[in-house]
Design a protein around this ligand. Sequence first.
Ligand code: ATR
Length: 350
Amino acid sequence: MASSSSLGSTVTVPKVKLGSQGLVVSAQGLGCFGMCGSYGLPKPDPDMIKLIHHAVDSGVTFLDTSDLYGPHTNEILIGKALKEGGLRNKVQIATKFGNRVIDGKLDVCGDPAYVRSACEASLKRLDIDCIDLYYVHRIDIRVPIEVTMGELKKLVEERKVKYIGLSEASASTIRRAHAVHPITAVQQEWSLWTRDLEDEIVPTCRELGIGIVPYSPIGRGFLAAGPSLVENLTEGDFRKSFPRFQNVDHNKTIFERLNEMATRKGCTAAQLALAWVHHQGTDVVPIPGTTKFENLNQNIGALSVKLTPEEMSELKSFASSDVVKGERHVYMQLTWKNSETPPLSSWKDI
Ligand code: ATR
């Protein structure tokens, strides 16, 4: 197992089983979303390739992307990183389909013909024969999930995909999908300030033996840097549009409490936020996103931050509902009225 030095400790990144179908991944993954824009300007490819190589050398082998990131350029970047490093057999590649951009507008599509063409295009961009974990990125409620899953099942039979995941799906969608073909992982936002999945999604996944992959475990950076992150967001950083990032005066309290406790424990606020997610269970594999070596090392170091039940409760109390103001995602504000958006029965299905 690989090791990484952080805050004076040597941390080994263990391998864990994700879900019940045989997928084994590193206990912490790498979210690659921020590398190709969205969080500010795209970062130079050579730097990101070095970062991906460093992650894999350090034991972080579970790489998370989507055809939407870029769009497309993030998958191409990962494909290059794998090729240049000869890394295909050392990594677990997770990518996603379902969000496509038409005339500059987002459209969610789970139509079987689209599922197949999206998969083939992702394979090409990633320059691999098989996707380890293929997620439905958002649920198209115009197409029954059974129909989308039927095509995914065929892709597994054809060995173009090894395991299937869902992202941002409701508990009932997870159950229906799992009845067609076993779901290996559900990816959902989960962090100290985003805990809405704990009521239904987490128990459903546990009942069905589905692994949980929290994205934005550091609150898109807010739990690492608080107000200073928001003050320094550059033009075009899409976090500016998020309701939570527009209520900084209110929401800074959670960061201040977290930071104060991190100082007491001798770690960083980002590490403490991440450690809280890691402590949710061995079936939980967060994928913090970073574009920096130092932050990657720190995040690996979070695996060595131990929390007592009392500390877990203290952390939980920082994020009670009155402490966090504003929805977690701009999607929450979309409604049927926007003719460009698909018919949304519930934000949970976006
Ligand atoms: P997402 O899943 O959406 O990428 P996240 O993992 O919660 O969200 O947070 C990602 C953000 O946190 C990024 O802005 C990242 O910035 P860098 O690319 O500059 O690293 C920031 N981040 C990640 N790890 C961090 C750390 N250890 N300390 C400070 N900021 C960190």
